[in-house]
Write a protein that binds this ligand. Structure first.
Ligand code: 5GP
Ligand code: MN
Length: 343
């Protein structure tokens, strides 16, 4: 990654009015990286506002200063005012403006400086300073690296560390994937900075509501289809399910991963009907690339092993479209399976 850290240092040498953006339907990494950077930048004398297009899930409510985040959907005029006054923008955990849709209006032609820190594949030119590392576990891991590159690892306080540790935990599924020796070194630094590992993990993993736990049971008992010949499992939810369980944003988080708990599975799909679109989440193991499936067929993208997309066709049609695609990927699924099991 080619970036000029000296130029970034110069930008941050005087107090700035910073606006931090992260993506719609923000997850632990989006919120954690935004708040981790927020606490660091404030410690350096900058004014900072985090603007997210839509609400964050309840389980992130324990993060320090989470209440200071501005949700564009709820407060568009306040958000626009902060954006108008900003002297510097950060773009965290996304790399194309369509991930923040109307929040990005006019930004592409705006000449105020923008810094991107992101680990998704194929970044679009959204910033003057692009920290892009698709091999990083999370944007939170990269934000730690960014602060360290500025020579400020000593400014990583417990608040910064709790926020960054949160995104690392959620984006690695609790250190199950995308790990590296460098990541564990960073995590060691976060623990030294005072993160309460047990407490943060408890907030993240043991915070399901009764409704969410019962919904998970429903998905596994009644909405799971296994296609053994393609080592693929599909979980789907209908509009009626949404009504019956009163499903809100965040309630379905993580359900897709259960498919991969079954032996020999290589692809997990979660396909669900939203008011105007059908959304899908794909997960995979090893070399099996679900990012390309989302990109080629479902107007989406993401990472090799975790990607998402959408369709404007009805739920049944979308599920059938996905199933009909699988024969095209049979050879790749098989190769990835054998590669994965021979390692
Ligand atoms: P999830 O399935 O948890 O919503 O998302 C998994 C990954 O896929 C995330 O990294 C996310 O950024 C990406 N992703 C999800 N939905 C979309 C989409 O509609 N478009 C693109 N480009 N990426 C998506
Ligand atoms: Mn991320």
């Amino acid at each position: 990654m080619e970036v000029n850290i000296a130029a970034v240092k110069a930008l941050l040498a005087s107090p700035q009015d910073v606006v931090i953006f992260s993506h719609r339907n923000p997850d632990g990494d989006a919120v954690g990286s935004s708040l981790g950077l927020y606490h660091y930048l404030r410690s350096q004398g900058h004014q900072v506002k985090i603007i997210l297009p839509s609400e964050y899930p309840d389980f992130l409510g324990f993060l320090p200063a989470v209440e200071d985040i501005l949700i564009f959907d709820d407060f568009p005029e306040d958000s626009k005012e902060y954006i108008r006054r900003a002297t510097l923008f950060f773009i965290l955990d996304f790399n194309s403006f369509d991930r923040i849709d109307k929040v990005a209006e006019g930004l592409d032609k705006d000449n105020r400086p923008r810094i991107m820190i992101d680990h998704h594949l194929y970044p679009e030119p959204v910033a003057d300073h692009m920290f892009s590392d698709p091999s990083a576990s999370s944007t939170c891991e990269m934000v730690y690296q960014f602060i360290d590159d500025l020579g400020h690892a000593g400014w990583v306080t417990k608040d910064v560390a709790d926020c960054l540790y949160t995104g690392i935990l959620t984006d690695t599924g609790g250190f199950k994937y995308s790990t590296s020796p460098a990541l564990f070194r960073t995590v060691a630094k976060l623990l030294e900075a005072g993160t309460d590992d047990y407490k943060v993990q408890d907030h993240i993993w043991n915070s399901m509501s009764e409704k969410q736990l019962r919904l998970l049971g429903h998905c596994l008992a009644n909405r799971l289809e296994i296609l053994p010949e393609y080592r693929t499992g599909i979980i789907y939810l209908t509009k009626e399910d949404y009504q019956h369980f009163d499903i809100r944003r965040g309630d379905t988080e993580g359900i897709v991963n259960y498919v991969l708990r079954m032996h020999n599975m290589m692809i997990a799909a979660f396909i669900h009907e939203q008011p105007t679109i059908v959304k899908m989440s794909l997960r995979s193991k090893g070399e099996m690339d679900v990012q390309q499936i989302c990109k080629a067929h479902f107007r989406g993208g993401g990472h090799r092993n975790a990607a998402g997309g959408a369709s404007f066709a009805p739920l049944g049609t979308t599920i059938n479209k996905f199933k009909k695609l699988l024969p095209n990927y049979a050879a790749e699924i098989d190769a990835a399976y054998h590669e994965f099991n021979n390692k």
